[in-house]
Design a protein around this ligand. Structure first.
Ligand code: ARG
Length: 464
């Protein structure tokens, strides 16, 4: 096995299985571009601090840019002795430029290096995820505008409750994603702090301007404490929480689509391109991609728990446990960026069955409106609620819908009932009455659609 970076103090080769366990190249090679960028900024800082001369710094920079090109072209070849991406880059640099490469790691440790790389990676990749969320929000908003006039039963406890507009229902899945967008933007701000120059743990013994170094890498500040800087993975945990909650939102949406596309509900017809068949039952049209979106939430939650568990027992600065921060981070990111576009396409492809939804609105869903009718005639709500409940029972006993219960029966229940009560059983009128801000009335929904467009506009502009 070739020479280790830390080989001086060791005799012989490491045990092969121990080496395999120790190595992280298989997954951290994903940080190659950030490792090269961080190294370039570090070389510039060493030049400014008088540690490197101009010739050495120039050789290092040209070697690093050659490595970046090799990696981008898929031509960076790893060696059996490459323990991780940091050692691989340094080894390759030495091959390309000779002994000057050995000066790059002056004052730096893989501890501040890896923490820097991972932050840079997250800051580089977040916009891709954010625009995938934006695209799903845009699909939900387009659905809202298409379906805004369709009436369906709204549910609580999964029992039919009150009529709502389908547009209002779609937007109920838009706003949680807007909160996810805010969380992602906020955690990016907190992640933009540079650990570089913290060294292994105690700081750097050369006059490195850490703030200028942070700015050169696009960070907004340099970490205030070197011990904290090498151990802080709050940004990973925060991202994984934001990813898990985003996953929960996607899962709820997916579950609603699965339910509404059953024969029993029959509210949604899925596009063939976003449904799957059964290998046995020829009649089946399964909502597989929505089920997968729902199922993958387990991984997203698991990855958060994994990293929190990883962090909780680390007493100070860097511990090798921290190497385990990367796979959960990458996996949650990959899961979401795979699921989001498919959900957006699947949502856009849905055909709503307005007649099935309308048929599911029975008179009982307007029982609250019946009580409100009495309230409008001065009856206290509690008394009105009781009267509407009695009317419901009378209708049930007579085996008729509320709208077919004779006026005489209503008037025995409460004297304030008049002939005009039957108008309450129009679901469109029921919906229109809920016109206060955030309600399901067409006027309130139009206002909400404007607010959703306004919320989305800045994200649409910043699409990469
Ligand atoms: N591969 C390591 C990681 O991902 C890099 C840091 C190694 N630091 C050390 N002191 N061994 O955490």
């Amino acid at each position: 096995m070739s020479k280790k970076l830390w080989g001086g103090r060791f005799e012989g080769d490491p045990d092969a299985q121990a080496w395999a366990l120790n190595a992280s190249l298989a997954f951290d090679q994903r940080l190659a571009a950030q490792d090269v960028r961080g190294s370039g900024a570090w070389a510039a800082a060493l030049l400014a601090a008088g540690v490197l001369d101009a010739e050495e710094a120039a050789a290092i920079q040209s070697g690093l840019s050659a490595i970046a090109d090799e990696f981008a072209a898929g031509e960076l070849v790893f060696a059996p002795g490459d323990e991780d991406i940091h050692t691989a880059v340094e080894r390759r640099l030495a091959e390309l430029i000779g002994p000057a490469a050995g000066k790059l790691h002056t004052g730096r440790s893989r501890n501040d290096q890896v923490a820097t790389d991972l932050r840079l990676w997250l800051l580089d990749e977040l916009p891709v995820l954010q625009s995938a969320v934006t695209a799903l929000q845009a699909a939900l908003l387009a659905r809202t505008e298409q379906d805004q006039a369709i009436l369906l039963p709204g549910y609580t406890h999964l029992q039919r409750a009150q009529p709502v507009l389908l547009g209002h229902w779609w937007l109920a899945h838009f706003w949680p994603l807007q909160r996810d967008q805010q969380r992602l933007a906020q955690l990016a701000e907190r992640a933009a702090v540079s650990p570089l120059g913290a060294g292994a743990l105690a700081g750097v013994p050369f006059p490195v301007d850490r703030e200028a170094l942070a700015a050169a890498l696009g960070f907004s500040a340099a970490a205030a404490n070197s011990l904290d800087a090498v151990s802080d993975r709050d940004f990973v945990a925060e991202f994984l929480f934001a990813a898990a909650l985003l996953g929960v939102h996607l899962s709820k949406l997916a579950e609603a689509v699965v339910l509404f596309s059953t024969t029993e509900f029959g509210f949604f017809e899925l596009a063939d391109a976003y449904a799957s068949g059964s290998s046995l039952m020829p009649q089946k049209k399964n909502p597989d991609v929505f089920e997968l979106a729902r199922g993958k939430t387990g991984r997203l939650i698991g990855n958060l728990v994994e990293v929190l568990t990883l962090l909780k027992a680390l007493p100070s600065t860097y511990d090798k446990d921290l190497q385990g921060d990367k796979e959960p981070l990458f996996e949650s990111y990959d899961t979401l960026t795979a699921v989001l576009p498919v959900l957006a396409g699947g949502i856009a492809g849905i055909t709503p069955r307005a007649e099935r939804m309308r048929a599911a609105i029975d008179d009982g869903l307007m029982a609250t409106d019946l009580a409100d009718y009495l309230v409008a005639r001065g009856v206290p709500f509690r008394e009105a609620h009781e009267a509407a409940g009695k009317a419901g029972r009378a209708a049930l006993q007579a085996g008729v819908p509320l709208s077919a219960l004779p006026l005489a029966d209503y008037q025995t229940i409460h004297a304030a009932f008049g002939e005009d009560l039957y108008a309450v059983f129009d679901p469109a009128a029921s919906v229109a009455r809920r016109a206060a801000l955030g309600g399901t009335a067409p006027a309130a929904l139009a206002e909400q659609i404007r607010a959703a467009h306004a919320a989305l506009a800045p994200h649409r502009r910043s699409q990469p």
